[in-house]
Unconditional design. Structure first.
Length: 335
């Protein structure tokens, strides 16, 4: 079964063709980073205009790369939330329109749930579950226990800033470019991760929640007191504090739940220090680690098309009346 996936939840226009939930035939992403860089963040109106302008070309390119025509597509999937309302509208309505015009099933997909299962794309799903998963991105930091596709328990999530948001804000404090995550990751390689003792917020709390707002504030106050700082040391020390909390909570949840598989997804999971430390902790604990490739960690349509295959088999197609849900959470996955 070949499914055409469409993703426009934020600032990436993406379309992909995925066969049987595992084989990616194409995955085209039109990035808007250069468009939003001068503003230091995503401008919703500009994002939606870009989606509207490029969605047709991106879909056409995805079909061409997969060497298929519309007639060879068996179903169409689109993200309905969470995300920017005006961005979601473009992709969701495009997916609905294509499915309706072809008389093919339409499947609405929760963006967060697609991230959750993206590390399983090249795996036999039944061999990977149960698992404890960390979704860590610019807008979300969520720890979940998954026992089957669509069956998961949220163990904890951020109480304020998401980890990726903290990376962007600290990068801005340091006068670095946007997006902040890659900038801090790069600068950290030349810095000392123990130069500054930034706090590990909520690391030892008896729950799985996260908080990064206080860490961001600590960096702000430290910079004010130390104007002649070395940016590389600030980056490395800040990054180490975030990574310690993310890896520490993920591994504790794995022990508490008694699982032998953990996964991580979302843009922040690309961070080199995060991957290095998590890999080392998993090896030390004898736990299997599943990580999505870098191109599947940021927003993309391949994860939408892959999850849609399982959703179509489990619950069938979605109603064409499905509306965008900008604030929907991971717990609310039904379409």
């Amino acid at each position: 079964m070949k499914i055409l996936g469409v993703e426009t939840s934020c600032d990436e226009t993406s379309a992909a063709v995925v066969q049987d939930g595992q084989r990616i035939l194409s995955n085209v992403v039109s990035s808007q980073i250069e468009l939003h860089r001068p503003f230091g963040g995503v401008v919703p109106e500009l994002a939606s205009r870009h989606h509207l302008e490029f969605i047709d070309a991106v879909v056409a390119k995805a079909l061409a790369h997969a060497d298929v025509t519309f007639s060879q597509i068996d179903a169409v999937a689109g993200t309905f939330g969470p995300g920017l309302a005006t961005s979601l509208l473009i992709g969701l309505n495009a997916a609905k329109g294509m499915a309706f015009s072809m008389g093919k099933p339409f499947i609405g997909i929760n963006h967060l749930e697609a991230h959750l299962y993206s590390p399983l794309l090249a795996q036999r799903v039944e061999d990977c579950l149960p698992m404890v998963s960390l979704i860590v991105s610019g807008g979300h930091t969520i720890l979940a226990h998954s026992t089957a596709i669509g069956e998961h328990e949220i163990l904890g999530q951020t109480m304020d800033d998401a980890a990726g948001e903290a990376f962007d804000k600290v990068a801005k404090l340091l006068g670095l470019g946007y997006p902040g995550g890659p900038e801090i990751d790069s600068r950290s390689k030349e810095g000392n991760p123990v130069a500054i003792a930034f706090p590990r917020s909520m690391l030892n709390e008896p729950n799985y929640n996260f908080s990064f707002s206080g860490l961001k504030t600590s960096v702000l106050y430290w910079l004010r007191k130390n104007p002649h700082h070395r940016a590389e040391d600030v980056c490395a020390s800040f990054q180490e504090a975030v990574v310690d909390v993310l890896v520490g909570k993920l591994m504790r949840a794995a022990r508490d739940k008694g699982v032998k598989t953990v996964s991580a997804s979302g843009g922040v999971s690309i961070n080199s220090r995060f991957r290095e430390k998590l890999n080392a902790e998993c090896k030390r604990s004898g736990v299997r680690l599943l990580l999505a490739s870098a191109d599947l960690c940021t927003d993309n349509a391949a994860m939408i098309g892959a999850l849609a295959f399982y959703k179509l088999k489990q619950v069938g197609q979605s109603d064409f009346a499905l509306e965008v849900a900008p604030s929907i959470g991971l717990a609310e996955v039904g379409a």
